[in-house]
Design a binder for this molecule. Structure first.
Ligand code: ATP
Ligand code: MG
Length: 232
């Protein structure tokens, strides 16, 4: 398999169609090029195919037709170890373990020290949030993270992705409403996380779409518009 060198990633969807096994076609001839280091937000109605795009991009499944490429290589030809190193998906419902904040953030990077974890949190502008947690990194997040708010669970998922240091970040934003202070924190964290790397964010929050270089509008499995946020 192909091993991709590290560095900013280019993404190309070439006439990609997809049907879930035994189901109708949910993506129709999607073509989309994403330049290195650009931040793309994908928006669209529920069921329009946004998460399906994210799953194809991270090779959770392969297209029924067409090709997904990163840096010109067909994803099907890229070694899984190389993909895992360079491409990180933050799923819509991020998975947290019944363990401490520390263990949840460094999941995937077990060698990370407390300094590494704290630095990741600080770089994302979340140091005040961390300082406000009485147990700090030793905070138990509970089963599936239920001791945290939905917004805080997303913050943990973003800190985990930052520590993984991917070249391509694919974020399937959670739909849950968050309070205004968490909203500001999420926005700041996302800004830090996407800086210098290619990112594709399925945006449910307006601030994510506004911060993107380009917004792609998906409707019923087709791209119907793309451009800077202010033009849409
Ligand atoms: P949302 O905004 O609600 O997250 P979405 O744009 O992410 O929606 P997708 O999850 O990509 O939408 O779903 C696109 C279509 O594919 C929908 O019609 C959905 O019902 C269907 N679908 C999604 N996952 C599966 C699956 N595992 N098996 C069969 N059909 C699926
Ligand atoms: Mg979705």
């Amino acid at each position: 398999g192909v091993v991709l060198p590290r560095g900013p990633i280019t993404v190309d969807f070439e006439d990609v169609s997809f049907a879930y096994p035994g189901g109708d076609t949910v993506l129709h001839d999607v073509s989309l090029s994403i330049a290195p280091r650009s931040r793309v937000a994908i928006v669209g109605e529920t069921g329009s195919g946004k998460s399906t795009l994210a799953k194809l991009l991270t090779r959770l499944m392969d297209p029924t037709d067409g090709t997904v490429r990163i840096d010109g290589a067909d994803l099907r030809d890229v070694r899984f170890s190389s993909l895992r190193e360079r491409v990180v998906l933050v799923p819509q419902e991020g998975f947290l373990f019944d363990a401490t904040l520390r263990e949840n953030v460094r999941f995937g990077r077990p060698e990370a020290t407390d300094d590494d974890v704290t630095l990741a949190i600080t770089e994302l502008g979340l140091d005040a949030w961390l300082a406000g947690l009485p147990q700090g990194l030793a905070t138990e997040v509970g089963q599936r993270g239920e001791s945290l708010s939905a917004g805080e669970r997303q913050l943990v998922a973003l800190a985990r992705a930052y520590l993984a240091d991917p070249d391509l970040l694919v974020l399937d934003e959670a739909t849950s409403a968050v309070d205004p202070s968490t909203e500001v924190r999420l926005q700041r964290a996302l800004e830090g996380l996407t800086r210098g790397r290619t990112s594709v964010a399925i945006a449910h929050r307006l601030s994510t779409a506004e911060a993107a270089d380009e917004v792609v509008v998906v409707d019923q499995g087709r791209i119907v518009e793309r451009g800077p946020h202010r033009d849409l």
